[in-house]
Design a binder for this molecule. Structure first.
Ligand code: GLN
Ligand code: ZN
Length: 771
């Protein structure tokens, strides 16, 4: 029973890779220094895995930026706009690589980066390969070979990991019409054959080919492509033992496809989809073959300790059917999505020993895999195995901890009546009442919440956190910021003001810090894209709101002005989506607990005289399950969680929501079901094309399509915004149309913010005159 790892986090426990990359980009270190850091990290991670006792250790799981981009370079899928950067010099590869990742702008050169998108349903983002109809492929990069050799020189035989050819194509995008990217497979395969043969020649025994697309809904042609690809690899690369890795879900209807492939090992994610084990074991084409099953039993997507007893059940089931030699043990997916090392969490005031004892980060998970093998082949009775006893004690402590379980929270959730999910009246009635109360002009102007987070504001928060400012000093300084921003907004002539979010570091962390049931780590960084890392909050227990979280700031802001002020909250689905979530209850139960806390906050804001309240849900779409069949259920509870947070208010209180992403077509009915009085969305980059979804669906409530892109410092003129608004007016009734930027302004500077908002107000006034 071999143990293996699918991939290790590469950023480094101190984010060494992030720092080195950013220094290289800034020109403060040279290529050699960057590559030295990268090599040190790889060496450290290989040594760590060897020390843990794993049988197969991955190579080429390392990446300077992204593993999909690595693959594009490996196979020479380099779009034409970068060809000028290919000059045959050995150091050109690095600059080409980063140009594709980040774009380049220097004297006379201005080349856009590849598009970036989310890696399945994780918070990791990959660079999207671009394909043309007459696309050719050739071996451009040596990376897998270099890294394999690098490990071999350390005396560590490794299992190179490559993104499989079919998933590589499916994850990319056609850049012109008239073909489907899967048709490129036959041209792509020779490059894979070449690379794999070279690895085999150099002594690689195993290779892991990742085909996570096997857990998606596939067309018949896409399914067939797998057969074509792997038949050919089996024929032309006979010496390598291929591990075909699937993860993030169940094979489902692709199970017969996957089991028919001529590979030696099939890896399944049994954390996300444990039910596929009995399905596979009942599948004779697999069980009657010689093939090995790799069981992904240790969660690569979360930070909880493995339940050894539960995993052993799965392992025993597989061993009973296949025998121990045909079973391998692994994490469910690459550990890329886990923080590095729990041992670095030393501050007991941040993470108490009790809670820490429930967790395992990437390094700890390696040991879990090895422990599980020891237990699975143990000769003595399991209750005499200390690792099992300790593991079960930790789990029991978690199951019973008073820190986690709060009867009154669970009771309240159980007793939520259906009416709590509905506003008192329908939207048309609310619109009349709100119109009378708020007395807003046509095309009211507002912003999405945050204003520029200047260095001073960030420093203020940091100094307060370090204890260098007293609460009183800190709050006085933030009050001053809020006061100034209210004055400034009123002077500009914005209709609905916001307080500016100066007290918030992050829209989820701020709330997590004020809700019970959340903990934070000091070093729990996870790569989000390139050098960007996030440190997600950890939801470990029943969620409750010990005290109001934002009322103080919104009430203060409202007291400075007669104009209506919009309170600003993050919604339950977004808080859930951007955290590590407990795995001892369904996600939806956690979402509802958060929803109740937000509901209380909404009601307190209303009580404090706040007449408009925005509940942001930018992550609602991200939560969509990978399989279409699972989506309606998710959307149902996600919508319910939002409604539970927002429906407690009077008809006269106006509920806003905000979302920033580009696809609404397939979820427009759920967006409508949120029944927010006003929704603001990001639309300017698509030139209002996005609005079509709302128009086609005859979206009934009010809507603020963003009139300018906040991602760049560019200040669009008023005419440009008028044009966009006129486009919007063609499909949205005038009385339903708001005027606002695409998203919050916290990454912008004040000068461009002021200039752009002035133009935005001018655009709105111009239209008021005109209609
Ligand atoms: N209210 C938040 C802000 O303005 C919304 C951010 C977001 O949508 N991502 O910053
Ligand atoms: Zn946004």
């Amino acid at each position: 029973m071999l143990t293996h790892n699918l991939g290790y986090p590469r950023i480094g426990s101190q984010r060494e890779l992030k720092k080195a990359c950013e220094q290289y980009w800034a020109g403060t270190i040279d290529r050699e220094a960057l590559l030295r850091t990268a090599r040190q990290l790889r060496h450290r991670h290989w040594e760590l895995q060897r020390a843990a006792g794993l049988d197969l250790i991955p190579a080429n799981d390392f990446s300077l930026y992204d593993q999909v981009l690595d693959t594009a370079l490996l196979v020479g899928a380099i779009p034409a706009r970068y060809h000028a950067l290919i000059d045959g010099k050995s150091n050109a590869e690095l600059d080409l690589y980063f140009a594709m990742a980040r774009g380049i702008q220097r004297e006379g050169v201005d080349i856009k980066a590849l598009e970036m998108t989310k890696w399945f349903d994780t918070n990791y983002h990959y660079l999207v390969p671009e394909f043309t109809k007459d696309q050719t492929f050739y071996r451009y990069s040596d990376k897998p070979v270099r890294e394999f050799e690098d490990a071999r020189q350390l005396g560590i035989p490794t299992k190179p990991v490559l993104l499989g050819p079919v998933s590589f194509l499916l994850l990319g995008k056609e850049k012109e019409a008239g073909f489907h990217r899967i048709e490129l497979l036959d041209k792509l395969l020779p490059v894979y054959v070449e690379v794999l043969c070279e690895l085999a020649q150099r002594g690689a025994e195993w290779v892991q080919l990742d085909e996570p697309c096997l857990v998606l809904d596939l067309t018949a042609d896409e399914q067939k492509a797998f057969g074509r690809a792997y038949e050919r690899l089996a024929q032309e690369v006979p010496r390598l033992r291929i591990i075909l890795a699937t993860y993030f879900g169940s094979l489902g209807d692709n199970l017969p496809v996957a089991t028919a492939l001529p590979v030696e090992v099939l890896h399944l994610d049994l954390v996300r989809a444990p039910a596929q084990l009995p399905q596979l074991l009942a599948h004779e084409a697999f069980t009657n073959s010689y093939k090995v099953l790799s069981l992904g039993v240790v969660d690569g997507r979360n930070i909880w300790k493995n339940d050894y007893a539960a995993s052993l059940k799965l392992i025993d089931e597989a061993v009973a059917k296949l025998g121990p030699d045909r079973v391998m043990l692994a994490p469910s997916c690459s550990l890329l999505h886990c923080p590095n090392d729990l041992d670095l969490e030393r501050d007991e005031a941040v993470l108490t020993p009790e809670i820490k004892n429930w967790m395992a980060f990437a390094k700890q998970k390696l040991h879990e895999i090895v422990d599980l093998r020891e237990l699975a082949i143990a000769e003595k009775p399991l209750d005499e195995c200390p690792v099992l006893v300790q593991n079960q004690a930790a789990l029991e402590s978690r199951q019973q901890s008073a820190l986690i379980h709060k009867a009154h929270v669970k009771d309240r959730l159980r007793e939520v009546p259906a009416v709590d999910l509905r506003r008192q009246s329908t939207f048309p009635i609310r619109q009349l009442i709100q119109g009378k109360k708020l007395q807003l002009p046509l095309f009211p102007t507002t912003t999405i919440g945050s204003f520029p987070q200047t260095a001073e504001v960030r420093q203020l928060r940091a100094r307060f956190k370090k204890g260098e400012l007293t609460t009183q000093e800190y709050e006085a300084r933030i009050e001053q910021e809020v006061f100034d921003s209210i004055r400034w907004q009123a002077d500009l002539g914005i209709d609905v003001l916001v307080h500016g979010e100066f007290e918030r570091n992050d829209m989820v962390e701020y709330f997590g810090e004020r809700l019970s049931g959340f903990v934070f780590t000091q070093n729990g960084w996870v790569q989000s894209y390139g050098s960007r890392c996030v440190k997600p909050p950890i939801i470990y227990g029943d969620v409750e709101r010990p005290a109001p979280m934002t009322v103080r700031w919104s009430a203060f802001a409202q007291a400075q002005t007669d104009k209506p002020l919009k309170g600003m909250l993050t919604g339950p689905v977004t808080i859930l989506q951007w955290s590590f979530v407990r795995n001892d209850q369904p996600r939806q139960a956690t979402a509802f607990q958060i929803a109740l806390a937000i509901r209380d906050e909404v009601l307190d804001l209303e009580q404090a005289g706040i007449r408009l309240i925005q509940v942001d849900e930018p992550a609602l779409r991200e939560g969509l399950p990978l399989r279409r069949a699972d989506r309606p259920r998710y959307l149902q509870w996600a919508v319910d969680a939002f409604r539970l947070s927002t429906s407690g208010v009077q008809d006269s209180t106006q509920i806003h929501t905000h979302m920033c992403y580009a696809e609404f077509n397939d979820i427009i009915d759920s967006i409508t079901a949120l029944d927010a009085d006003v929704i603001t969305i990001e639309t300017s980059r698509s030139q209002m094309e996005l609005l079509e979804a709302f128009a086609n669906y005859q979206y009934p409530n009010e809507i603020g399509p963003g009139v300018y892109d906040i991602h760049s410092p560019r200040v669009p003129g008023a005419e440009e915004m008028v044009q966009l608004l006129e486009k919007a007016l063609a499909v949205i009734p005038a009385r339903n149309l708001w005027v606002n930027p695409d998203c919050g302004l916290k990454t912008r500077g004040w000068p461009e913010t002021e200039a752009a908002l002035r133009n935005m107000i001018a655009a709105s006034r111009y239209l008021r005159e005109k209609v």
